[in-house]
Design a protein around this ligand. Structure first.
Ligand code: PHE
Length: 336
């Protein structure tokens, strides 16, 4: 057989099949056309395919290509015809779809438990007038350490305890922030008191992942700078936050501690359901920090606190292993 004849046959097949499919008025007619033209056993296309073998070797590639084009084009026309007929399911001429069947349920997604926690913290703190602000995750040493009164020899600055990423072309090294306290500095640098802010975001530390550690986690940073602010305000704000977040009667306990950027400093524990757990650190903003951002420590004072988001989320929902938050196992995430 010649290539010309083969192509001519394909063309007339294409014309016939196209016409039949276009004029098919109901699902039964489409099915008849499908069997006649595309049927796997004795459809016309099948017949043409058999003649492919009779072509000369040099004609085969072109013939095969043309054959596939026509086959695809007719398959597309067939699904158009099928779609056209089911487009009007109330038309009794077609039984392509049973409109009495229940529909396909839509799966509705939900917010990740960490996102839910963040929103809730923002909402609770918002009631107390704390505005939610953001800061960069890639930081310089001034905002992560220096302005926070963390001297070069401080162990927190050990390169092995931080994710240094690059050296800026101007200015010093850059790192993934190890704490959200950076945002205290960023806000105070460009605003004047009074200030009430919370900043919630990711922080990074090269810890080995286990049930209570992960190299990336989230912190809530709170900062309030207002005339007359004291530790009593700090405790009231944290207690209000804790009982709003966990529900019911939560006790808050301060234990003396040390942070370079607060003085005095405390560890914050919360008691809920009969058990005390450590939630984070807090204290009165150190005068050295106020000076570093151009405030006069004789005129202004305030408090800051930092809480672990995973920790409070795990506490609220009784999650035993924080790695579960990041495994993206739907069976876990669906529970929240
Ligand atoms: N930034 C501290 C930390 O990462 C927590 C903290 C925040 C302590 C604010 C005091 C005041 O552990």
């Amino acid at each position: 057989m010649s290539l010309e004849r083969f192509v001519a046959e394909l063309d007339s097949f294409y014309l016939d099949a196209g016409t039949s499919l276009a004029s098919a008025g109901d699902a039964a007619a489409v099915e008849v056309a499908r069997v006649e033209f595309l049927g796997a056993r004795s459809g016309r296309l099948k017949g043409i395919q058999k003649t492919l073998g009779a072509l000369g070797a040099s004609d085969k590639p072109a013939a095969g290509k043309r054959f596939n084009e026509v086959k695809e084009a007719i398959a597309a026309l067939l699904s158009n015809a099928q779609a056209r007929l089911i487009a009007d399911p109330s038309d009794p001429a077609t039984d392509a779809i049973d409109i009495s069947l229940p529909g396909i349920p839509l799966r509705i997604g939900r917010l990740h438990p960490i996102t839910q926690t963040i929103r809730r913290v923002e909402e609770i703190m918002g009631r107390l007038g704390f505005e939610s602000v953001d800061g960069p995750e890639v930081e310089d040493e001034r905002h992560n350490f220096e302005a926070l009164n963390i001297p070069p020899e401080h162990p927190a600055r050990d390169p092995l305890d931080n994710f240094y990423v690059a050296t800026a072309s101007r200015g010093g090294p850059l790192l993934l922030r190890s704490q959200t306290s950076t945002v205290q500095i960023r806000v105070m640098e460009c605003r004047k008191p009074p200030l009430r802010i919370v900043s919630i975001g990711r922080v990074y530390r090269p810890d080995t992942a286990d049930a209570t550690h992960y190299p990336m986690f989230h912190q809530v940073e709170g900062l309030m700078i207002e005339p007359g602010t004291t530790m009593a305000h700090l405790k009231s704000v944290l207690r209000y936050f804790a009982s709003s977040f966990l529900g019911g009667d939560v006790r808050v306990r301060f234990r003396p501690s040390f942070f370079p950027f607060t003085e005095p400093s405390v560890e914050v524990d919360m008691e809920w359901g009969g058990r005390w757990i450590e939630m984070g650190g807090a204290g009165m903003v150190d005068p050295a920090v106020l000076t570093a951002v151009g405030y006069d420590p004789n005129e202004v004072s305030g408090f800051a606190f930092g809480l672990g988001v995973e920790r409070i989320a795990a506490r609220r929902w009784g999650v035993a292993d924080i790695r579960d938050f990041y495994r993206n196992d739907i069976r876990f995430l669906e529970q929240f």
